[in-house]
Design a binder for this molecule. Structure first.
Ligand code: ADP
Length: 189
């Protein structure tokens, strides 16, 4: 089984690359952001709750996010692996994910991280906001807060996976196809 954590700040290109990686390795793609947005469009209880945090650029509380993620994983008992996109985002999420996977006799194979400088992130997010209409991509203050939350709570996860010898970083600036190849190389190595 191949279980990948695709890591990087908001706007790093995780969604685009996760879609390619999923097809290339036949993985189930679990994007917590996409699942929250799906729940928002369906106006579920989870969606309403998530929206109140996402609109401010804050993280949705761990207990909610973890429960949701675990329920998605168990929907795919026969999968040949997962690509986690946007999860884990806190040390608590990473530790809980490890324990949860261990209880199913599986583990994270690798974390692949996309490195992109802040100025480039802000530029990409604002342009995505114009195209997609995503509310959290249209406001510079919300974007700045997401990057701050990433630095304060999420960036530390690189150390978490590095200490397990599972971290591979790639340059996330360049043509989309080039970056995909870098990621394949990082995963295959
Ligand atoms: P981006 O990485 O570009 O910010 P996402 O679609 O991954 O976009 O996430 C959008 C929002 O969804 C986040 O700002 C956060 O509010 C919420 N979210 C997504 N994943 C998580 C998570 N693992 N834990 C808590 N909140 C999350």
């Amino acid at each position: 089984m191949l279980n990948i954590v695709l890591f990087g700040p908001p706007g790093a290109g995780k969604g685009t690359q996760a879609n390619r990686i999923k097809d290339h390795y036949s993985l189930v793609h679990l994007s917590t952001g996409d699942i929250f947005r799906f729940n928002i469009t369906k106006a579920t209880k989870l969606g309403l709750l998530a929206k109140s945090y996402m609109d401010k650029g804050e993280l949705v509380p761990d207990e909610v996010t973890i429960k949701m993620l675990e329920s998605e994983v168990i929907k795919h008992p026969n999968s040949s692996g997962f690509i986690f996109d946007g999860f884990p985002r806190t040390t608590n999420q990473a530790e809980t994910l490890d324990k949860f996977l261990e209880s199913k006799n599986i583990s994270i194979s690798k974390m692949v991280a996309l490195d992109v400088p802040d100025e480039e992130l802000i530029k990409r997010l604002l342009s995505r906001g114009k195209e997609s209409g995503r509310a959290d991509d249209q406001n510079k203050d919300i974007i700045s807060n997401r990057i701050k939350v990433y630095k304060d709570q999420t960036a530390v996860l690189a150390d978490y996976y590095r200490s397990q010898n599972k971290l591979a970083s790639v340059n996330g600036v360049g043509a989309v196809d080039e970056i995909t190849i870098r990621l394949y190389n990082a995963i295959d190595n």
